[in-house]
Design a protein around this ligand. Structure first.
Ligand code: CDP
Length: 225
């Protein structure tokens, strides 16, 4: 069967990473979590004490940073210049700053080039905000995955509190972060979050993870038939 490129975009916490990874495993495709790349750069800038609102300093620093993603069975190992940042990229302080860093043209150019290179041979599921519109405008399948804010926040809360029972977050904190990131990601000048004209809208508010993966698999079958 022909190996295609699949672009999955949508707002924060819509479940893109979980279902994209599972879909890639099911199809034997490569999976690329582009959000993890923006998070990794943000993480390293914070570690170096570079303020995300200082664009010139951010741009100078990112030119020398290489982000790599290696897919283990259940986990994606994320490194910046060979330093493992996997356990840090989803922390609240990174979530609070990532959309500011991701709004800079220099940051996007740096990462988009690498994302496009990885997709050259097809057989890839890539998730993010601008995949169908900018990174892979010719992807054979584009999906815009969404869900209500309440449902997205509920899923995030369960995910975080299961992994970090000693550092629980509240629903209010998560809703605020999701809404703030959605606003910044939608309103930014360069590559804003929006549904591509040829993308299929999939609202997962009342779908389970399995139902969502099944719906995506059916879309792939239709495209590759
Ligand atoms: O998983 P979650 O929905 O929390 O977000 P993510 O995919 O990890 O992305 C984190 C942030 O990176 C987003 O809020 C965007 O600001 C930025 N991002 C982006 O600008 N473009 C992408 N292709 C992917 C992420």
């Amino acid at each position: 069967m022909k190996k295609i490129a699949i672009a999955i975009d949508g707002p924060a916490g819509a479940g893109k990473s979980t279902v994209s990874k599972a879909l890639a495993q099911r199809l034997g495709y490569v999976y690329l979590d582009t959000g993890a790349m923006y998070r990794a750069l943000t993480c390293e800038l914070l570690r170096r004490g570079i303020a995300p609102d200082e664009e010139a300093k951010v741009c100078a620093a990112v030119q020398n940073l290489t982000v790599e993603l290696k897919n283990d069975r259940d986990k994606t190992i994320v490194t910046v210049n060979d330093r493992d940042v996997t356990d840090h990229i989803r922390r609240p302080e990174v979530s609070a700053r990532v959309s500011q860093v991701a709004a800079y043209g220099c940051v996007r150019q740096h990462l988009v080039k690498e994302q496009q290179r990885l997709a050259e041979n097809g057989g890839i599921v890539m998730d993010g905000r601008d995949i169908g519109t900018v990174v892979l405008p010719r992807a054979e399948l584009k999906v815009f995955l969404t869900a209500s804010v309440e449902e997205r926040a509920r899923r995030r809360l369960v995910q975080w509190n299961e992994k970090h029972p000693d550092e629980p977050q509240t629903m209010t904190q998560i809703v605020q972060n999701i809404q703030e990131r959605d606003r910044k990601d939608t309103e930014r000048a360069i590559s804003p979050l929006r549904q591509a004209e040829d993308a299929i809208l999939l609202d997962t508010t009342s779908l389970t993870r399995e139902e969502t993966i099944d719906a995506l698999t059916a879309m792939v079958k239709k495209v590759t038939a």
